[in-house]
Design a protein around this ligand. Structure first.
Ligand code: UT7
Length: 330
């Protein structure tokens, strides 16, 4: 174990499908309005997978961009962690298809299922392998095709979700003030039915009845999720700042899971973060679960909102229930 190593973000990349579903489109599909969706969620439009898109295909494109940004070839990757709750297939993992298509022959690969917290969970795990000196180049992906598991007859959930993928390449650094400084992960399985997908697993295998009953779509208790999310997002911010001895002034940008604009505002403003320190792109992408943080981080880096030396807080909350945070020095 080499205690002086940290995992630095060496490259970022993202990909979203071309097809866009606007609030006006949804107005034609369900009993809703652009005004209601915008006010309650902050979403104006979301990208939706086309016929040729899937979780692995979007992840591959995001990963190619992240590897290029990091200046490495996919063949140099030692590990691929793909956070997703909408995998390519139940078996094998999405990460296997991604490895094949990238040509990352020597990488150990796996999917991680922690819903919207999945990217931060995966980042924490990959960081430990780098800190331990076992791996040099780790690819951490968040990728979701939520549209294939969304019930477009359920107006309480379909307005939120979008598709896409984001990825980062982690590399070791011996600079203490660079890279992943702190990570925290939690879960509470008592909240299993706040957001869940009933059918298609071992508990309720696929049958004609499950299809008729629309049980292959995500179910969400929106109000309950809402309350819990604010509480946990605030807790994560406080915990991350305390662990690294930071005040809001020391933080350049909070990159939160794009859960709902009202949740983001309530959780951050109370702790002294003005909204210009909180990255928001939910208006253009909706809630893309595990993909939302890496898509947002990619945008923040590429548009110059953050750069070398910036202190960034990543916070996420999602189904499970799960919640996770990270403090990263770019
Ligand atoms: O990554 C984690 C994923 N999950 C989340 O982020 C969910 C967090 N929760 C939320 O974002 C919000 O709870 C929602 C946006 C899903 C819903 O907003 P809300 O303010 O909690 O609405 P509500 O469910 O309490 O419903 C209020 C009213 C209801 O009508 P009544 O009973 O007051 O007459 C709903 O039927 O709004 C109605 N409603 C809608 N109206 C127009 C629910 N969905 C819609 C809709 N358009 N799409």
């Amino acid at each position: 174990m080499n205690n002086s190593l940290r995992a630095a973000i060496a490259g970022v990349g993202a990909y979203v499908p071309d097809k866009i579903l606007t609030n006006a489109d949804l107005e034609r599909m369900i009993d809703t309005s652009d005004e209601w969706i915008t006010k309650r969620t902050g979403v104006k439009e979301r990208h939706i997978a086309g016929d040729g898109d899937s979780t692995a295909s979007m992840a591959v494109e995001a990963s190619r961009r992240a590897c290029e940004n990091a200046g490495i070839e996919p063949g140099e990757l030692d590990m691929i962690a793909c956070a997703t709750i909408t995998p390519e297939t139940l078996c094998p993992s999405s990460a296997c298809y991604i490895q094949r298509d990238l040509g990352a022959a020597k990488a150990a690969v796996f999917d991680l299922s922690a819903a919207c917290s999945g990217f931060v969970y995966s980042l924490a795990i990959a960081s430990r392998f780098i800190e331990a000196g076992q791996f040099k180049n780790c690819l951490v992906i968040g990728a979701e095709t939520l549209s294939r598991f969304t019930d477009y007859e359920d107006r309480g959930s379909c307005i939120l979700f979008g598709d896409g993928a984001g990825a980062v390449v982690l590399k070791p650094t011996d600079q203490d003030a660079k890279g992943v400084q702190y990570t925290v992960m939690h879960a509470d399985g008592n909240g299993w039915d706040f957001i869940w997908l009933p059918a298609g697993g071992s508990k309720m295998p696929t049958s004609q009845q499950t299809v008729t009953d629309r049980l292959h779509y995500l179910k969400m208790r929106g109000r309950d999720v809402y309350k819990f999310a604010i509480e946990k997002m605030q807790w994560l911010l406080e915990d991350c700042m305390k662990a690294c001895n930071l005040t809001p002034d020391d933080v350049d940008l909070v990159v939160p899971h794009q859960v709902n604009i009202r949740i983001l505002k309530s959780a951050t403003e109370k702790l002294g973060f003005p909204m210009d320190k909180v990255y928001v792109n939910i208006d253009r992408f909706g809630n893309t679960s595990a993909a939302s943080i890496p898509i947002a981080l990619d945008e923040a880096v590429r548009t110059g909102r953050v750069g070398p030396g910036s202190t960034v807080l990543l916070i996420a909350f999602g189904a499970g229930l799960t919640w996770a945070g990270a403090v990263v020095k770019l």
